[in-house]
Design a protein around this ligand. Structure first.
Ligand code: AMP
Ligand code: GLY
Length: 459
């Protein structure tokens, strides 16, 4: 079987690596790929959003299965185009990808399906949004949930006043895709007004910001559930936890994700059942009812609150960097999983098998990331002799230039390791990190510590 993976990040390298291990797979291509995918597969110089060229390539090469990585390909309808051309592809249609592409669409689905999520209101009009924020805030801090809210101008939704005395921030989100930058947890009125302006009139996110959601701030611990779906059958993968903030102890600006580990003690078996029953099943049903049958990866970004799991956001693709540790542990042939989902036969797939060892992925980034970053430096220490059976360096923002691999993106590598326990996995990952060098390279030092603290407190 010939496989095409679309994308160029760490997630795609992990997909390429895992798919190429399948005895059924004879050839893996990656479009456009990075230096790492170029080692484990053959890179093809086609952009992830050039749908016509991707279809033409898949036809010419008689590709048996295509796996798009990024949301950008999905929301513009790469799945629809491949299916129209009679090609087998794993992922949601354009209509179903709106679950990630529009936060208001996702909220409507959740409301109809009674999926637990933060209360919210939506605005397109700056003045109405400002009035709401001022009313709610009442002079500097968001303490005023006890006062009646005049929700003049809100287009839909209400935020319940659940706790009259609790001071809490509000969360403002651009409706559309904003490359991970469209969410701001606002602690002051000033910050909320400024971000709202940037979205609605400042054109910070283009059309994606012409509508905003204002929602209550949820408190708890975050977890990521990636579930493989074929329209009717749902197979959740083992739970993982991302680290979104740039710096240790969850400080600093939001990023695409600075590291992840799997499994996470935040999600035990009972919690997983609850999530399946209260989030995954109703969402998949509601999508079908809506005429946007979902297949592909349903990624639920969750906050595990005192009231139970609540959805922060849905994504419609594998998470990055969650995919790296999750796939490191998956023993089942990934080709079988994705192909079965693509042809609607997930029900026939035997139970997934997992390596019992936990996995930790540490993201190494370029100096300056998540802001403007420096690139073009040669990366040393990638030699295979530095690897072991239980470590893998997944490439993200890398490029081959002559004989060297250089950094070409903000998130550059996802150094991933398995270990007998989480401490061992973390140790191995950081030992591998230490052998890698380029000018300005940095990483968080505390990936997976949250799990260790939790395990210790519970013991
Ligand atoms: P998103 O891009 O929607 O995943 O949001 C980015 C990050 O913002 C999440 O991973 C959370 O850390 C935070 N966030 C988003 N929505 C909320 C919320 N309602 N309450 C608290 N934190 C949130
Ligand atoms: N790790 C977060 C994401 O993939 O959106």
């Amino acid at each position: 079987m010939k496989v095409l993976v679309i994308g160029q990040g760490g997630r795609e390298h992990a997909l390429v690596w895992k798919l190429s291990q399948s005895p059924k797979v004879t050839k893996v291509y990656c479009a456009p790929g990075n230096a790492g995918t170029g080692e484990d597969a053959e890179n093809v110089d086609i952009s992830e959003t050039d749908v016509d060229a991707l279809v033409a390539f898949a036809r010419r090469e008689k590709i048996d299965l295509t796996v798009p990585g990024p949301e950008a390909s999905l929301v513009i309808g790469v799945v629809d185009a491949f299916r129209k051309a009679g090609l087998t592809i794993f992922g949601p249609t354009k209509a179903a990808a709106a679950l990630e592409g529009s936060k208001t669409f996702a909220k409507q689905i959740m409301r109809n399906a009674k999926v637990p999520t933060a209360d919210y209101v939506t605005f397109e009009d700056l003045r109405a949004a400002n009035d709401y924020i001022r009313e709610r805030c009442g002079g500097g801090r968001f303490a005023s949930a006890d006062r009646p809210l005049q929700i003049g101008g809100a287009q839909e939704g209400t935020i319940r006043k659940t706790n009259p005395t609790w001071e809490q921030p509000i969360v403002i989100k651009a409706d559309g895709l904003a490359a991970g930058k469209g969410v701001r947890v606002c602690h002051t009125e000033e910050e909320a007004l400024e971000f709202t302006r940037a979205c609605l009139v400042g054109n910070s996110f283009g059309k994606a910001g012409s509508r905003i959601i204002i929602e209550e701030c949820l408190v708890g611990e975050e977890a990521s559930i990636l579930a493989i779906v074929d329209g009717k059958t749902i197979i959740p993968l083992e739970a993982s936890q991302d680290h979104k903030a740039a710096y240790d102890d969850d400080r600093g600006p939001n990023t695409g994700g600075m590291g992840a580990y799997c499994p996470t003690p935040v999600i035990d078996e009972a919690m997983m059942d609850e999530i399946t029953q209260s989030v995954l099943i109703p969402t998949v049903h509601e999508m079908k009812r809506k005429g946007a049958t979902f297949s592909g990866v349903l990624y639920a970004g969750l906050m595990i609150t005192r009231q139970g799991p609540k959805v922060l956001e849905f994504n419609v693709r594998f998470g990055d960097p969650e995919t790296q540790p999750v796939l490191m542990r998956l023993k089942t042939d990934l080709f079988d999983v994705l192909y079965s989902a693509a042809i609607g036969k997930l029900r026939e797939l035997p139970d997934l098998e997992w390596d019992p060892r936990p996995a930790v992925c540490v993201v190494m980034a370029s100096r300056g990331y998540p802001g403007e970053y420096e690139k073009g430096f040669p990366i040393r220490g990638l030699e295979k002799s530095n690897d072991s059976e239980s470590t893998k360096v997944f490439h993200a923002g890398t490029k081959r230039k002559d004989d060297q691999v250089i950094n070409s993106g903000g998130r550059v590598l996802g150094v991933t390791a398995l270990g007998q326990n989480l401490d061992q996995a973390k140790l191995s990952a950081y030992e591998r990190v230490k052998k890698i060098r380029w000018e300005g390279a940095w990483c968080r030092k505390d990936i997976s510590d949250k799990a260790r603290t939790r395990v210790k407190t519970e013991e």
